[in-house]
Design a protein around this ligand. Structure first.
Ligand code: AMP
Ligand code: MG
Length: 516
């Protein structure tokens, strides 16, 4: 198979370049670079219209950043597009094909079973972004699914992706949430929803696996060239672009997973089909945030073995990257052994990079500005006593930010989070000794710590409250309130203290569910 297309050649990064000229005035102008890839990479399919769409929420600032007119999107004409009831003239809607390892088991055929890629826009930074309608009806990859989404998971994904963005963590975004006016049947009938999702791309490790298993080396080369063009353009001229691609994806993934661990995020289903090659958090399903620190925390109802527990995520990401590496081997070196050796060295680099990032992040969380020997151990020791004392992760770090650097008399707000306050006292003595050799003032340390230790995270019980109101009575005001608070997670918000607290025993959510 020979394919000479490049998104750069026939679809300039300038908005309004080829593919957008057909857009009618007031219509979403879309580009379609993915639709120019070989037909075997996807299926052309339009969204299935819904009964009576209503806008739950439009992300106006994101719309604006994408170069889209928020007022138009919020108008009846915009709603028609966001709900999939009308396909813009410039769109070439499609469902992407992929495969993947689900919980370690190879599944040769997955694909967008309930999502349609409407097309792409080029945002104000010149970045190409996918606009995908999730819950837009059946596709050739739906298998036994209905292609739809319940409103609960739509609300959860909207909240999570916008919160993660506000935390500064790479993520897909939510452009809009729509109520379809139809019911979906899960354990019981629930109101249906659609999430208009924005991503740097939706290419996954599982996309590479699909193409490798069906099309072999030449197919993978086409996909890899596309991904390099789109996400890592600087690599095109490197001596071994495909090895460089593996390295770049590994680096972004290491950074991503380290950033998850900093805020207690658990993805929940890190199957290879849910790992973006652009390094963004992708596919919010049974995710959760750690409240009371326990490194083995698992919330997902479908993860009985704890494969995707909080502290297993770095290793699992490496396992997934190894699956990506396998698809790239024939491109990395014609000699199989040499290819394996090169890929192996990149994957070891992932582990080192992750550890560096993780330790750096922890060091900042405890307020140390310059690296010294023993810093990582000091931070890890705090995590350990948080674990044995069941201390709330977010509150511990946030309140630590406000402790005096020399005087332990005001330590109670942190001590009271620990079942064994004495363990914290002993740690705090070492911490203050270490702070003594920092050369920055208290105020500076405090604001640096507050900038990396959020006061507010999307705690599971908060998400659940917003979901329940949406599902039970189409009441989206708890979602709105939560979004307001969570979009400034690093700010103290007087009056919103309740949102910073861990769940009361009766509020605890111990299981989270898939978005299906
Ligand atoms: P997930 O675990 O949610 O990322 O989904 C795994 C696979 O199941 C993907 O191929 C999805 O497209 C597909 N899928 C999930 N929910 C549905 C649904 N309601 N209808 C059709 N396909 C679905
Ligand atoms: Mg998925």
């Amino acid at each position: 198979m020979h394919y000479h297309g490049s998104i750069m050649n026939n679809d300039s990064l300038r908005p309004g370049a080829s593919g957008t000229s057909e857009a009618r005035p007031g219509e979403m102008p879309l580009e379609n670079s993915y639709a120019r890839l070989p037909a075997s990479f996807y299926s052309r399919v339009a969204p299935t219209p819904v009964a009576s769409p209503a806008l739950i929420r439009l992300n106006r600032s994101l719309a604006d950043h994408l170069g889209l007119d928020p007022d138009l999107l919020a108008s009846p004409a915009g709603l028609e597009i966001l709900s999939g009831n009308r396909v813009p003239a410039s769109a070439r809607p499609l469902a992407q094909a992929y495969a993947g390892h689900q919980f370690g088991n190879w599944v040769p055929q997955l694909g967008d079973g309930r999502a349609v890629l409407l097309g792409e826009v080029v945002d104000r930074d010149g970045m190409r972004r996918d606009i995908q309608l999730k819950g837009a009806g059946p596709t050739p990859y739906s298998r036994i699914g209905d292609g739809r989404a319940s409103i609960g998971p739509v609300v959860r994904e909207y909240l999570a992706s916008e919160h993660m963005a506000a935390l500064g963590i790479a993520t897909t975004r939510a452009l809009a949430a729509i109520a379809t006016g139809e019911h979906v049947f899960r354990e019981r009938p629930e109101p249906g929803g659609i999430l208009a999702r924005v991503a740097s791309s939706h290419v996954r490790v599982g996309t590479f696996q699909y193409i490798a298993s069906r099309e072999g080396r030449d197919g993978v080369q086409i996909l890899a060239d596309y991904v390099i063009d789109r996400h890592y353009p600087g690599l095109a001229d490197s001596a071994n672009p495909y090895l460089a691609l593996l390295e770049a994806v590994s680096e972004r993934t290491a950074d991503l997973v380290a950033s998850w661990l900093m805020v207690g995020f658990i993805h929940g289903v890190m199957n290879t089909d849910n790992l973006s090659v652009a390094g963004e958090t992708l596919d919010y399903g049974p995710f959760g945030f750690v409240d009371f620190y326990d490194p083995g925390t698992v919330y997902s109802s479908i993860d009985a073995q704890g494969r995707y527990a909080y502290n297993r995520q770095p290793d699992i990401a490496q396992w997934n990257l190894a699956r990506l590496a396998e698809t790239l081997l024939p491109l990395i070196d014609e000699n199989g052994d040499a290819a394996v050796e090169k890929a192996y060295s990149v994957l070891s680099g992932y582990a080192r990079r992750f550890e560096t990032r993780y330790h750096e992040g922890l060091r900042r969380k405890i307020g140390l500005s310059v690296a010294r020997d023993g810093d990582a151990e000091l931070a890890l020791e705090l995590l350990e006593i948080m674990g044995s004392s069941n201390a709330d992760m977010t509150l511990t770090f946030r309140r630590l930010s406000y402790l005096d650097g020399t005087d332990p008399r005001g330590d109670d707000p942190v001590r009271e989070l620990f079942a064994q306050p004495g363990a914290f006292d002993a740690w705090a003595r070492k911490w203050r000794q270490r702070l003594a050799v920092e050369n920055r003032g208290e105020a500076e340390r405090r604001s640096a710590m507050c900038a990396v230790n959020p006061a507010y995270i999307l705690r599971n019980h908060l998400a659940q409250r917003a979901v329940d109101a949406a599902v039970e009575s189409l009441d989206f005001s708890p979602m709105e309130r939560l979004l307001e608070v969570l979009s400034h997670p690093y700010d103290d918000q007087p009056g919103n203290g309740d949102y910073s607290l861990p769940p009361k025993p009766e509020e605890r959510v111990l299981r989270t569910f898939c978005g299906t």
